[in-house]
Design a protein around this ligand. Sequence first.
Ligand code: IPM
Ligand code: MG
Length: 358
Amino acid sequence: MGKHILILEGDGIGPEIVREARKVLDVVNDKFDLGLTFENELMGGCAIDVHGVPLADSTLERARLADAILLGAVGGPKWDKLDRSIRPEKGLLKIRSQLGLYANLRPALLYPQLVDASSLKPEIVSGLDILIVRELAGGIYFGEPRGIRVLENGEREGYNTYKYSESEIIRIGRTAFEMARKRNRKVCSVDKANVLEATMLWREVMDTLHKEYPDVELSHMYVDNAAMQLVRAPKQFDVLVTGNMFGDILSDAAAMLTGSIGMLPSASLDKKGRGMYEPCHGSAPDIAGLGIANPLATILSVSMMLRYSLALPDVADAIEVAVGKVLDQGYRTADIYTEGTKKVSTSQMGDAVVAALI
Ligand code: IPM
Ligand code: MG
């Protein structure tokens, strides 16, 4: 039986970029005779409009049954004023935690063709190839208690809980060490162990786990320093492993090193390797509907899906080669445009990738 994929276009530029990724999926499905089947559901603001909640139980059920999920992006100003329990982002967080998608892989890879699109000097970023492994189902994003309460003096106080259990640290640590084994065998664990107990334990557990991976080099770095090193000398990193919130922040910074966040795909995996695939960028409501968004992060997310959840590395490679080809041909969406290249729309970029695949 062919594998079944659930598609969640989401909000903002979500539908536009997913449309291009779907074109690519349809072409490889045909060309390599993959027998993939698809279904679409709503998540995020669009789901609030229809179901009153960002992630309906029926959608979550469909997600549990799918072999992989492709997501565009969620959120937008239209839903920002809603009660915080039904914001679009809640749908995303719920699907991540309910499906146990704890391992978020965010590769920051600089395509040589885009070296001038980076905000950093070419010699600092050329050849950059980092993998950020972000813990995605725990930490301060999910810690209880949390809320906004009224204090005795009448003023309000917002509070969250930052915690990590040993088993949560071990499972994401394993992901990082295993990934490093397929790369340059270097893991840098990022924490704030000089201040936060949750990350003191994180560091200790990483050190213990490291004994099982003597062939991989482990270093530790405080998150403030890691942020600085990412823009100072990013090529010192191979695999960076960190908690949910630090990973959120550092992956945006790493994204910009590659020229545009519009280039970065991601995979969120459970313990069996089933996963949800989405671009690292958000729903970009300011450019939604203009046809200028970069679909490459979503197309590259499809490639990660084929590699990690569908065990089709050759097809994944074919898509990555095609993306390299369109960049060689000089096609650029606005976010990666530099003088002398050819500015194209979202759909022209998708078409170019399709043409390069056939
Ligand atoms: C991301 C996003 C999400 C996050 C938001 C939309 C909830 O920024 O995937 O990085 O913070 O995880
Ligand atoms: Mg983020």
